[in-house]
Design a protein around this ligand. Structure first.
Ligand code: HEC
Length: 186
């Protein structure tokens, strides 16, 4: 009888103790799971080339679809020190930006561009503006636009949406790449 009782007691004790043990493990897991966002970010930086949930940051085209024009206009305040926006507006420190989207680079007659900007070539496509405004000196090393850049993607998209509106006939928005899982339904 005593042996059986002891066996039950040990079994019960074992259950209680192992239960406590699992609890403490569970607690620890809870804590470590808080650091997950960091791991996700670094996984993205490495990039597997595969489309995964991790690489699902919105693209410029997607951000432009939902861009906030009013916020863009507000964000442009910092540019106003150097740029006018109205049609035929004058040159200040920087060239006038009317119709800038799709405009040839360094095209304002009478503005003395840096040779770096003058030689960059091509038009101000969405991608070019998106990169240039992130960090002007990265896109055109010797530009004389003294401006650190706009790091936030959403803010840049808003700014570009505003620049796009500075036109008699704003250009079409860039197409958003269809998600791979999208079905072709007619
Ligand atoms: C401190 C003055 C200054 C500020 C602030 C500034 N810019 Fe400029 N920007 C310039 C100058 C100067 C140039 C000409 C650069 C060159 O020739 O290298 C320029 C050039 C440009 C161009 C190319 C124009 C063309 O005709 O090819 C764009 C686009 C532009 N700026 C947009 C912006 C936007 C948007 C902002 C605000 C987020 C901004 N700039 C803030 C001075 C400024």
């Amino acid at each position: 009888m005593n042996k059986a009782f002891l066996a039950i007691l040990i079994a019960v004790l074992y259950f209680i103790l192992s239960g406590m043990f699992t609890d403490s493990v569970f607690e620890e897991q809870k804590i470590t799971s808080n650091s997950y966002p960091i791991e996700v970010a670094s996984a993205k930086a490495v990039g597997t080339g595969e489309k995964s949930v991790v690489s699902k940051a919105p693209s410029m085209a997607e951000l432009l679809q939902t861009a906030d024009l009013a916020a863009g206009k507000k964000a442009f305040k910092v540019c106003k020190t150097c740029h006018t926006t109205e049609k035929g507006g004058k040159t200040v420190t920087g060239p006038n930006l009317w119709n800038i989207l799709g405009r040839k680079k360094a095209a304002v007659a009478g503005f003395s561009y840096s040779s770096a900007m003058a030689e960059k070539g091509g038009n101000w496509a969405y991608d070019d503006l998106y990169q240039f405004l992130e960090k002007p000196k990265d896109f055109i090393k010797k530009t004389k636009m003294i401006f650190a850049g706009v790091k936030k993607k959403k803010k840049r998209a808003n700014l570009i949406a505003y620049l796009r509106s500075l036109s008699d006939s704003p250009a079409a928005l860039p197409a958003v790449e269809a998600a791979p899982e999208t079905e072709n339904k007619d």
